[in-house]
Write a protein that binds this ligand. Structure first.
Ligand code: PFF
Length: 450
C-alpha cells in the first residue's frame, strides 16, 4: 500500500473518527438542526430523522468509506479506478464542484463567526440592538470579506500541513474542545429559570407538524449534516488502512453527529425561552437571538457568548477542512500537484468564488440568481438541494448495482469485527436509499410539490 502512504494515512482510529466526525459536525448541527426540529414537530421530527439516518445515512456512509478505501483515491479518482472509461467519474466531478461551492459560502459564514468572537464583548453594552448590529455587519462590503479571508487562511493552513500533521492533528484537539464547550453551555442554559418551556418547545412530539415537507427536510438534513453525497467520505476513506473497521466507524460518526445536533438544541432553546425571546430561524437564531440571550444574561454573559462563537467556529472549521480536502485531494491525485501548492491555489480560488455571496448580503442584494434567493442562498440551493442528493443517489446506485454489493461487502468487512455488512445492507443500498433520495431530489428541484 505504498500509494496510500505517499498520499497520507490516518495515524490512529481516534484520529480518523475525530476528522470524520469533525467534517460531519458543523454549521448544519449548531444552527440548522435545532431550528428545523423546532419547526417540524420536535420529538416527532427527531424520530423521523433517526429513521432516515439508519436507512439512508448509515448505508451511504459505509458506501463512501468503502469506495475510498478500496481505491485509495479522491472522489473522481475512485470512479476512474473502478469504472474506467465510463461516465461514472462525473459523480466525482459533481462532488468536487459541490465542495468548491459549499466551502465558498461556508467560509463567509465561518468568517462571521470569527468576527462575533471579538464582537461579543461589545454587545454587552446595555440595550444593544442585535438585529441592527448583525445587518450592519453583513451588509458592509469589506469587513466580512476580511473575516472570510481569515477563515479561509486558517483552513488552507491546516490542509497544507497534510492528512496526519494537519487534518488529524487539529481535529484531535478541536473536537474534544467543541464537546466540552457545548457541555458548559448546556449546563448554563438548562439551569436558567424558565428553561423548561424551551425544552418542551424543542422536544415535545407534535405529530401534526410531521407533514410531507417535514419528512423531506429530515432527509435533506441527513445528507448535509453527515457530509454525504459529494465524495467527502470517499476522500477521508481513502486515508484508511485495511484493518480499520468501517461498519463500526460509520456508527461512531453517525452517532456523534446526531448527539451533537441534539445537544445543540438543548443549548439554544432553554436559553432563548428563559429570556422570553422568539425562537428565530437560520442565521438569525445564531447571530441575533443567541447574542441577545447572552446580553440578557448579565454577569457572565460575555464569557458564555464568546464560548458560543468559539464553538461555532470550531464546528465550521473542521467541516471546512474536509470540504477543501475533497478538492485538494483531487488536484493532488489526478493533476499530481504538490499538496501545499494545491491547497493554496484551490483555497484562493474558493475565496474568490465566495466574494459574491458576501457582497450579496449588501451592495449586491438585488442580484437574485435562483428563485428570488440571494447569492449565498442560491449557491446553497445548487449544492445542497441538487448536487448532494443527486450525488448520494448515484453513489448508492453505482455501488449497489454496478460495482456490486458482493465486492462492496468484501471490502467493507475487511477489518470488521463485531458488525458485518450483510443482506440487509444490500437492500438498503440497492433499493431503499436510492428510492428515498429520488423522492427528495424531485422535491428539491421543484418537480414534485408537496
Ligand atoms: N456536515 C457539515 C455541516 O453539518 O455543517 C457540512 C458539510 C461538510 C457538508 C462537508 C458536506 C461536506 F462534504
Amino acid at each position: 500500500m505504498s500509494n496510500g502512504n505517499d498520499r497520507g494515512q490516518w495515524q490512529s482510529r481516534a484520529g480518523f473518527i475525530a476528522a470524520a466526525a469533525g467534517s460531519a459536525i458543523g454549521l448544519g448541527n449548531i444552527w440548522r438542526f435545532p431550528y428545523i426540529t423546532g419547526k417540524y414537530g420536535g420529538g416527532a421530527f427527531v424520530l423521523v430523522y433517526i429513521i432516515f439516518l439508519i436507512i439512508v445515512g448509515y448505508p451511504i456512509m459505509n458506501a463512501e468509506l468503502i469506495l475510498g478505501r478500496k481505491t485509495q483515491k479522491n472522489a473522481v479518482g475512485a470512479f476512474r479506478t473502478l469504472a474506467p472509461g465510463t461516465p461514472w467519474s462525473i459523480v466525482g466531478w459533481m462532488g468536487v464542484a459541490a465542495g468548491f461551492i459549499i466551502l465558498s459560502y461556508y467560509s463567509v459564514i465561518g468568517g462571521w463567526g470569527i468576527a462575533y468572537i471579538f464582537k461579543t464583548a461589545t454587545y454587552m453594552a446595555k440595550n444593544a440592538d442585535h438585529v441592527n448590529i448583525f445587518i450592519n455587519f453583513i451588509t458592509n462590503p469589506t469587513a466580512p470579506l476580511v473575516w472570510h479571508a481569515v477563515f479561509m487562511a486558517i483552513t488552507v493552513g491546516i490542509v497544507m500541513a497534510g492528512v496526519e500533521k494537519g487534518i488529524e492533528r487539529y481535529s484531535k484537539f478541536l473536537m474534544p474542545a467543541l464537546f466540552i464547550i457545548l457541555l458548559i453551555l448546556i449546563v448554563r442554559s438548562v439551569t436558567l429559570p424558565g428553561a423548561a418551556e424551551g425544552l418542551a418547545f424543542y422536544l415535545k412530539p407534535d405529530f401534526s407538524k410531521l407533514t410531507a415537507e417535514a419528512l423531506l427536510a429530515a432527509m435533506g438534513q441527513v445528507f448535509f449534516s453527515l457530509s454525504l453525497g459529494m465524495g467527502c467520505m470517499i476522500t477521508y476513506g481513502s486515508y484508511l488502512s485495511k484493518n480499520e473497521d468501517i461498519p463500526i466507524n460509520s456508527i461512531f460518526i453517525v452517532a456523534s453527529d446526531t448527539l451533537i445536533a441534539l445537544l445543540a438544541g438543548l443549548m439554544i432553546f432553554p436559553a432563548v425561552f428563559a429570556f422570553g425571546m422568539e425562537p428565530g430561524t437560520g442565521p438569525g437564531l445564531t447571530f441575533i437571538t443567541v447574542p441577545a440571550v447572552f446580553n440578557a444574561m448579565g454577569t457572565g454573559g460575555a464569557f458564555f457568548g464568546i464560548l458560543f462563537f468559539i464553538l461555532l467556529v470550531i464546528a465550521a472549521l473542521t467541516s471546512a477542512i474536509s470540504l477543501l480536502e475533497v478538492v485538494t485531494a483531487y488536484v493532488v491525485d489526478e493533476k499530481k500537484w504538490d499538496r501545499k501548492k494545491a491547497a493554496l491555489v484551490v483555497g484562493i480560488l474558493i475565496f474568490i468564488v465566495g466574494i459574491p455571496t458576501s457582497l450579496g448580503q449588501g451592495i449586491w442584494s438585488h442580484i437574485r440568481p435562483i428563485r428570488g434567493l440571494d447569492i449565498l442562498d442560491s449557491y446553497d440551493f445548487i449544492a445542497s438541494n441538487v448536487l448532494l442528493p443527486l450525488g448520494g443517489m448515484l453513489i448508492a446506485i453505482y455501488s449497489g448495482w454496478f460495482w456490486g454489493t458482493e465486492k462492496m461487502r468484501e471490502e467493507g468487512n475487511l477489518g470488521a469485527k463485531s458488525i458485518k455488512l450483510g443482506g440487509f445492507f444490500d437492500i438498503l443500498i440497492k433499493i431503499i436509499s436510492p428510492i428515498c433520495i429520488f423522492i427528495i431530489f424531485l422535491n428539491s428541484i421543484g418537480i414534485l410539490k408537496v
